[in-house]
Design a protein around this ligand. Structure first.
Ligand code: FAD
Length: 620
């Protein structure tokens, strides 16, 4: 049987990949190991968070499913950093893990052009040494395809560790993908080993919540998706609870370090530095007398709780003792023990920006296989790999998001140019242009692409264009109008409790003050007081960031001009101070004709490009 696109794996990357391909009109096949595990949340029952919320919004703006699914199945919604500026706020939702899977599975089954098949992809069908033309499954089925997207998550040669015991699995008690990574290695791709871990899950009926602090959702929850009707969005919200580890917990952990796979050398792969296990935290932060833990419901039924902050691979007797030393968990019943998992990944510098591998034609990788961690990072890559696979089939230009355009652009650029030696997760600090890349303007930044690819419908796109026009008109109006120090204006400022102005200021600078609320805005810009609340909020944000945005846009223009700069053929990189030997070696080897081409080489950082630029300028 023959397809346009085959997606291997129905996790967060695979779902976005197969849905996008099918929606772009391509005959698509999703092959995954357990159909009922499509969209399973391997670890925490939550979507979004700082910077990850940005990824979900961007994915949604291009036409991904994660935001819609989270809105439909979320059981607690919060905006993190709500008191800080819009650029660093992050939407986060607890999800009902069971409902999330059901929703995603239903969407996959009901999307035209998409077939779902349960089996393990054992190998790729390859011709002419490096051209993939399909897959072969463990049951012996062969399927041909123009493009294959691999999204195997933690499954390739997965090895679970709990204390001294180990077993082969892709995730607790699920079969691993045992042969695929060997073939990828034979095809010349660099394959490495990473690790991640998860905490125990507890029976809610055995937890004493009365001694814990309750942590609820926002009173006015905001949906993730730009396509969810805000006015009708009122999910039932379930609380989380906060407790802490104690000195006793730490003592139990410390006295069992010698049995922790992380320290005994049993685990070889590197884990996520920013999501360490509890044994790692107790070891690294020995001075801390407690660590905060969140008890998060896994489903609306609330019978099973995830202990956020207590990821571990300690032996089960130690896990039990450690959990029972925590306030409120003295009598907790453990439903599932925590564990660590090691798995094979493919070095992401083996990929082009399209996420196609450089060495193997027609083969794309997306998700945790590319050394990332997190559902949102995986989903973003799945969508991008799929759009690019479809564009390539149609002989069209690739779709590459720039770093100044989207967090997704930053994510993929970081992965394919710099690589990573530990599971990569997104942070706002990774984005140089984060003031431009806000959650709330993801639709303005990206919906045009989704619309062009047929992933965003006309009606949604018209709404985005309306918002774009309202904001542009408002900025135009406010940035062209002086707010002078005439008597009525000074009186108005006084009445609003706002500082006076000296001589005159642009209206946008007055409106952009942090103290200006929607109510004050109505008085300052009566012409726009008819706007609905949502648009008013957006106008206020635009005004607050107006000056910074102008500055960043100038930097971007400068950068674009700089990247066009040609590097003379006889230019020597040797001896340029500030460049490491490794960078010089690469530049001498590839001899990039422009600074842009230099920036595309893996391991060549923006700082290195800056240094070369300075040297080229000095040459005149
Ligand atoms: P997955 O969600 O793992 O999905 C892979 C899918 O591919 C599965 O459905 C599998 O059945 C299928 N598959 C695999 N091989 C084959 C094959 N050969 N043929 C057919 N189907 C195949 N993320 C965090 O952000 N924070 C954490 O703390 C965290 N902890 C984690 C702890 C554990 C124990 C695990 C397992 C994961 C953890 N993660 C964590 C990672 C998070 O689960 C992943 O980043 C995310 O799920 C990756 O999505 P994915 O689509 O790449 O892969």
């Amino acid at each position: 049987m023959s397809y346009d696109v085959i997606v291997v794996g129905g996790g967060h990357a695979g779902i976005e990949a197969c849905l996008a391909a099918a929606r772009m009109g391509k005959k698509t096949l999703l092959i995954t190991m357990l159909v009922e595990q499509i969209g399973a949340a391997s670890c925490n029952p939550a979507v979004g968070g700082l910077a990850k919320g940005h990824l979900v919004r961007e994915l949604d703006a291009i036409g991904g499913e994660m935001g819609l699914c989270t809105d439909a199945t979320g059981i607690q919604f919060r905006i993190l950093n709500a008191s800080k500026g819009a650029a660093v706020q992050g939407s986060r939702a607890q999800i009902d893990m069971d409902e999330y899977r059901t929703y995603m599975r239903k969407v996959c089954h009901s999307t035209p052009n998409l077939e779902v098949y349960q089996d393990e992809v054992a190998s790729l069908l390859v011709k002419n040494e490096n051209e993939v033309y399909g897959v072969k499954t463990k049951l012996g089925e062969e399927f041909e395809a123009k493009k294959v997207i691999i999204t195997t998550g933690t499954f390739m040669k997965g090895l679970v560790h709990i204390g001294e015991s180990q077993y082969e699995a892709g995730r607790a008690w699920e079969l691993p993908s045992s042969t695929l990574s060997t073939q990828l290695k034979e095809l010349g791709l660099r394959v490495g080993r990473l690790k991640t871990g998860t905490p125990a899950r507890l029976d809610g009926d055995s937890i004493d919540f009365s001694v814990m602090d309750m942590h609820g959702g926002d009173p006015m929850p905001s949906p993730f998706s730009f396509r969810t009707d805000k006015s009708k969005f009122s999910p039932t919200q379930y609380p989380c609870y906060i407790t802490y580890t104690s000195e006793k917990t730490h003592e139990i952990i410390r006295s069992n370090f010698y049995r922790a796979p992380l320290f005994t050398g049993q685990i070889e792969g590197l884990g996520p530095r920013y999501c360490p296990s509890i044994e790692d935290k107790v070891n690294r932060f020995a001075e801390r007398d407690r660590h905060q833990l969140f008890l998060e419901p896994q489903t609306a039924m609330c019978t099973e709780y995830y202990i956020n902050g207590l990821s571990t691979s300690l032996p089960i007797d130690v896990q039990k003792e450690m959990i029972h030393s925590i306030v409120g968990l003295e009598n907790a019943k453990i439903i599932r023990y925590g564990y660590a998992i090691e798995y094979d990944y493919v070095d992401p510098t083996e990929l082009k920006h399209t996420l196609e591998t450089k060495k193997v034609k027609n083969l794309y990788n997306a998700g945790q296989i590319n050394a990332t961690t997190g559902y949102e990072e995986a989903a973003s890559q799945g969508l991008m790999a799929s759009i690019n696979a479809c564009l390539a089939i149609d002989g069209k230009e690739p779709f590459i998001l720039r770093r100044d355009e989207a967090y997704i652009g930053v994510l993929i650029d970081d992965l394919v140019t710099k690589g990573t030696n530990e599971p990569y997760r997104m942070f706002t600090s990774r984005a140089e242009y984060r003031l431009l890349l806000r959650e709330e303007n993801a639709d303005l930044r990206l919906s045009q692409y989704g619309h062009e690819f047929g992933l965003i419908d006309d009606e949604t796109f018209e709404k985005v264009e309306h918002k774009r026009k309202v904001l542009a008109d408002a900025v135009e109006l406010m940035s062209n109008e002086w707010f002078t120090s005439k008597k009525e204006n000074l009186e108005l400022l006084e009445e609003l409790g706002e500082d006076r102005i000296k001589d005159r200021a642009l209206l946008i600078d007055v409106v952009g003050r942090n103290t200006v609320t929607k109510e004050k805005f109505d008085r300052l810009v009566p012409n726009l007081s008819e706007l609905d609340n949502y648009l008013k909020e957006q106008v206020l944000i635009e005004a607050k960031y107006y000056r910074y945005i102008q500055k960043q846009q100038k930097q971007i223009e400068k950068m674009k001009k700089m990247l066009k700069m040609k590097i003379p053929e006889n230019f020597s990189f040797k001896g340029i101070s500030g460049l490491s030997n490794e960078v010089i070696e690469k530049l001498e080897k590839f001899r990039p004709p422009t600074l842009f081409n230099a920036s595309e080489i893996s391991g060549i950082t923006p700082a290195a490009v800056d240094i070369i630029h300075l040297h080229l300028n000095a040459l005149g």
